[in-house]
Write a protein that binds this ligand. Structure first.
Ligand code: SF4
Length: 231
């Protein structure tokens, strides 16, 4: 089945989730983290260079980057058409999940950080309200997003020590916290238990109040500006 925006069956970590779970089938949307209109905290959190955008096949095939840029340009220049295509893709994906007997899970910000809760799509509804049967989830660098009232949207806040004020938010954010480690995952970090976040991508299944430990990949392996924590 052809999708305009969503990547289905192509992301290795999402595929791990799909192999492990009898309950959910997941897919992802990848944009290009071009600038702060796509990722508002990419400078403050120091994550632009180390972004997973260049991990896996995204760092090998230029065509993947071209496709991500094309989608990003559409988002920036024709929001209405972008959201219409997204709605059509989600309807298709829900149908595919029904045929598999699984519940749909969608990560909209695979390589972006867009507060979709602020985008009204149709009939005054957000994408989360339009599709209550979908479990949406994301990582975010934006500490001020207020999404706890959206029962079908799970957020994990992504930590960085690139900026001391940003790092100080560790004790304040209400979400689970993802930390990228270079080296062995520690058992605890800043007083919270660390779980291995690389075994699957279904962050909405994680216990509460943990640190989701992620191993540094691609460009992040050589990053030393505080986004990656060395152990
Ligand atoms: S916010 Fe996320 S997607 Fe955007 S540049 Fe940083 S790591 Fe990449």
């Amino acid at each position: 089945m052809k999708y305009n925006l969503l990547s289905v069956n192509s992301n290795p970590k999402i595929q791990k989730s799909n192999t492990l779970s009898d309950e959910f089938w997941s897919c992802i949307l990848h944009l290009h983290p071009t600038n702060t209109r796509i990722c508002p905290y990419q400078i403050k959190a120091g994550c632009k260079e180390a972004c997973l955008n260049t991990a896996g096949l995204g760092g090998v095939f230029p065509s993947i980057q071209t496709a991500r840029q094309r989608k990003t340009d559409l988002f920036l220049n024709n929001r209405e058409e972008f959201m219409s295509l997204l709605v059509l893709d989600i309807i298709k994906f829900i149908g595919a999940c029904e045929r598999k007997g699984k519940k749909p899970a969608i990560r909209l910000n695979g390589t972006s950080d867009i507060p979709y809760e602020n985008i009204i799509v149709e009939g005054g509804q957000t994408i989360f309200e339009m599709f209550p049967q979908v479990q949406f989830y994301d990582y975010t660098k934006i500490p001020t997003r207020k999404t706890n009232y959206i029962y079908n949207y799970h957020l994990t806040w992504s930590y960085s020590e690139a900026d001391s004020k940003y790092a100080a938010l560790f004790d304040k954010v209400k979400h689970n916290i993802a930390v990228v480690f270079n080296g062995k995952l520690p058992k605890t970090f800043r007083g919270r238990r660390v779980i291995d976040g690389d075994t699957h991508d279904m962050r909405f299944k994680d216990p509460r109040n943990v640190v989701v430990g992620l191993k540094a990949k691609a460009e992040a392996k050589t990053e030393d500006n505080g986004f990656v924590i060395y152990t």
